[in-house]
Design a protein around this ligand. Structure first.
Ligand code: CMP
Length: 135
């Protein structure tokens, strides 16, 4: 049983596809353990995306992820991290197949609807960041 942090980004919320996106995960036998709506602060965004701080797209990434409400979830299940990444499709929606979340709703590599943890270590770190005190 694994856990992953999943964020439905501002484009997913503004397109009103939060419910549809949750259904992609539930249909693959994954469990929505926690779910909250929030606006990510610049400080939290910097911590969450710390590994990308030296990349040329970092500023754009921060601007975007802090631009509107997001839905943040802890999702659990067997092999959840890989399963979720397969359901989301590749980071760049132009490379994503129809039937994946990014293939169906993504716009570009920044405006790409969802984030999912890329490893067990990232998942533990990200869940701690977003669900402080287990709340
Ligand atoms: P996400 O899964 O949230 O994790 C890091 C994000 O950085 C990624 O989705 C993309 O939105 C963004 N990203 C990754 N690579 C690039 C890139 N080459 N140019 C712009 N944004 C990128």
């Amino acid at each position: 049983m694994e856990k992953s942090l999943v964020i439905i980004k501002p484009d997913g919320v503004s397109k009103k596809v939060v419910g549809k996106i949750i259904t992609y995960f539930e249909n693959q036998d994954l469990n929505i353990e926690k779910l909250k709506m929030m606006k990510i602060s610049r400080e939290l965004a910097c911590k969450h995306y710390n590994e990308h701080r030296d990349k040329d797209f970092f500023k754009q990434l921060l601007e975007y992820i802090t631009s509107g409400n997001v839905a943040v979830m802890v999702i659990s299940g067997y092999n959840a991290i890989k399963k979720i990444r397969d359901i989301m499709g590749p980071t760049d929606p132009k490379k994503a197949k129809a039937g994946t979340i990014r293939g169906d709703y993504g716009t570009d590599i920044t405006v790409n609807v969802v984030h999912g943890s890329d490893s067990k270590e990232s998942a533990a770190r990200e869940i701690k960041l977003f669900f402080l005190n287990n709340s």
